[in-house]
Each structure stands twice: as C-alpha cells, then as structure tokens.
Design a protein around this ligand. Structure first.
Ligand SMILES: [Zn+2]
Ligand SMILES: [Zn+2]
Length: 162
C-alpha cells in the first residue's frame, strides 16, 4: 500500500478503495457481486450499502484511517451486498448470514457498527490559542512538521498532546 516520500503511510485514494473492493469481489465471490461504489463526505458513518441501487457508499473521511480499519469497513459493506444478493428471504442487517459472509472474508466476531468514531486518533493536537483539537490517524506532514501549521480560526500554533 502507498507510502509517503518519508516512508510513512499516507492516505489512500478513492481509486485504491475501488480496486480493493473489486479485488475482494474477485477473490471471495468470483466477481459475482454487483455494485457500484460512491464516495461522500459522510461524517457519522464509515460506509453504507443501499440495496435499491446496489451502491456501496464509502465516507471520504475513511481514506485517512489506518489500512486495517479500511479493509474491515470495506468487507463490512461488501458483506451487506452479499447478504442482499446471495441470500433469500428476510435477513437481519447484521444477522447470521452477514456474519457468515464476514467469516468468508476472514473476519470472525465482526463489529456490527458503522460508527466511525470508534477508532481513536493516534495523534492529537491542540491549538495553543483557542484550544480546538484536531487529530490524525497516521503520520503525515502535519504530524511531522506541526510548527509549520497555524490554527485556521485564531492563527496560533498547535501543540501535540498525544
Ligand atoms: Zn452494517
Ligand atoms: Zn486556534
């Protein structure tokens, strides 16, 4: 997966997410699942599957997450698509069939939530002027060279607190 110039992980692109979903479909379902992929700036949810138009929508905020977390969320949504397209009858959203599909993709005891806030930031910064906080899931220029950045609201410096 992508590496920044300084050897640290960098955020992955929408295209890379599309490719990951496509590869999972190939390797776990022989390409049998039918879906389109959309990206939106969802804040609360990491992703969702809409059965009506067979769309997997991924939050653009997810792209900053650690890679293992991204993989799990993609499989989570793909499992919803698989339950909808491959299982008959009434099914609970995160019921037996969904857990079976997650198991097929190598994930036992899956997390049944779509909430993004569960992954804590690895790096947290606080503005020394107004106190507002910002976080990053992985190292990036902001983490490496925090001194170069100023708060968008008050213009003061950030201090790393974790
Ligand atoms: Zn779900
Ligand atoms: Zn500030």
């Amino acid at each position: 997966m992508p590496q920044g110039d300084d050897g640290t992980d960098s955020a992955i692109t929408e295209e890379q997410v599309r490719i990951m979903l496509y590869r999972y479909n190939q390797s776990f379902y022989d390409g049998a699942l039918d879906f389109t992929v959309a990206f939106r700036a969802l804040k609360r949810r990491a992703g969702q599957y809409q059965p009506g138009d067979r769309t997997i929508t991924i939050s653009q905020h997810l792209l900053e997450f650690p890679l293992d977390r991204i993989r799990t969320i993609l499989k989570h949504e793909l499992a919803h698509a698989a339950v909808h397209q491959l299982h008959e009858g009434r099914r609970k959203p995160h019921g037996q069939e969904w857990k079976l599909e997650m198991g097929r993709m190598g994930i036992q005891d899956p997390d049944t939530t779509h909430d993004m806030q569960l992954a804590p930031y690895r790096y947290v910064f606080e503005c020394t002027g107004c106190g507002q906080r910002t976080g990053r899931y992985r190292s990036c220029r902001f983490v490496e060279q925090t001194d170069r950045y100023r708060c968008g609201d008050c213009g003061d410096r950030f201090e790393q607190i974790t």
